[in-house]
Design a protein. Structure first.
Lengths: 109, 228
């Protein structure tokens, strides 16, 4: 990535980060959000994080690739199992990286 | 001087137990930023200016996938929407601060700083110094996060490409997704978002992510109605 693109990206992201944070603290302190909006926002993390992860695991080189030879999918499934059992993000990430390298070396993927 | 205020110090102290976790995620985000191809200097600038780990990592992943800046902006907005909820709920307790301090309080708003302050407000509603407590908690989180990120950037820049460090980003989001699935309605949101993300992979400009986010939120709301 060239420096100009990176700076543009940083500026854009700074806006997406500061505006929601400042919204009610600085500007809208007399406004209330409708309750259904507050309820819907609760699902943002589960929806967005999953949507970011799934394509990275099930596609390789632009094609759907489900099987043991897909090292990223194997690593992702291992990470999910560790997340369910340990509930610890750090353990999940380390286990996933270990699984990725194990799958590449031993499953020939 | 606010740094000597007992409320400020109480806020700092209250955050001590979560600091190792914050440091770990900060370090991972530093490693992942350089893993995604950002130069160490720009990664440090991004970390201080943006101060939103998940949005930063999502943006870098989307850039790697060829998404245009408009879609990255939308994704950042969606990921940071939760800060609007925090802002809404904490705002009444910060209105005693001077305008300049409220700018700082806005920049400082973090998941942990918010959560600790709201817990104090809930348990001691009539106590004074909520704003100072909030600034103390947020300072502890900010200092820990930024130092850990810089450490991650330095370490990450020295790790060879064969380690596939960029996959740390995917695993970070896996861990965050799993942590956010706390009930059936959230699970429904995740499943709908995952299926839509696969089905909508060929949408132009990587808009599949936005479509999946909306599908997930709608599914969560519907599932919550059903299970109630």
């Amino acid at each position: 990535m060239d420096t100009l693109t990176a700076l543009l990206l940083i500026t854009l992201l700074a806006a997406t980060s500061f505006v929601p944070r400042a919204s009610f603290i600085l500007w809208l302190h007399r406004v209330k959000l409708p309750e259904f909006v507050q309820r819907a926002l609760r699902f943002v993390p589960a929806a967005v994080f999953t949507a970011l992860v799934v394509p990275q695991l099930v596609f390789s080189d632009g094609a759907l690739d489900i099987g043991l030879h897909n090292a990223k999918l194997v690593a992702g499934c291992a990470a999910i199992s560790f997340a369910v059992v340990t509930r610890n993000p750090l353990v999940t990430i380390i286990a996933g990286m270990a699984a990725l390298h194990l799958a590449r070396n031993f499953l020939g993927s | 001087m606010i740094l000597r205020s007992p409320h400020f110090i109480a806020g700092l102290r209250a955050c001590l137990p979560v600091l190792p976790g914050v440091a770990a995620f900060g370090a991972i985000s530093g490693v992942a930023m350089v893993g995604a191809g950002l130069s160490p200097w720009l990664a440090a600038v991004m970390s201080v200016v943006v101060y939103a780990g998940t949005a930063q990592l999502a943006a870098l992943q989307l850039i790697g996938a060829g998404a245009p800046l408009g879609v990255i902006f939308l994704a950042g907005m969606i990921l940071n929407l939760r800060f609007m909820l925090y802002s809404l709920s904490i705002s009444p307790h910060l209105q005693g601060l001077r305008p300049r301090a409220r700018w700082l309080a806005s920049y400082f708003l973090s998941d942990n700083g918010y959560a600790h302050t709201i817990a104090r407000i809930a348990s001691q509603p009539t106590a004074s110094g909520h704003a100072e407590y909030y600034l103390g908690a947020c300072t502890a989180i900010w200092v820990t996060w930024e130092s850990a990120t810089v450490a991650g950037i330095v370490v990450g820049a020295g790790i060879p490409a064969s380690w596939s460090l960029e996959f740390v980003v995917v695993l970070t989001f896996t861990a965050l997704a799993m942590a956010s699935i706390r009930d059936r309605a959230a699970a429904a949101a995740a499943i709908a978002a995952g299926i839509t993300a696969i089905a909508a992979i060929d949408l132009p400009f990587r808009l599949g992510l936005i479509a999946a986010a909306i599908a997930g939120i709608v599914a969560g709301v519907i599932a919550e109605r059903w299970t109630r």
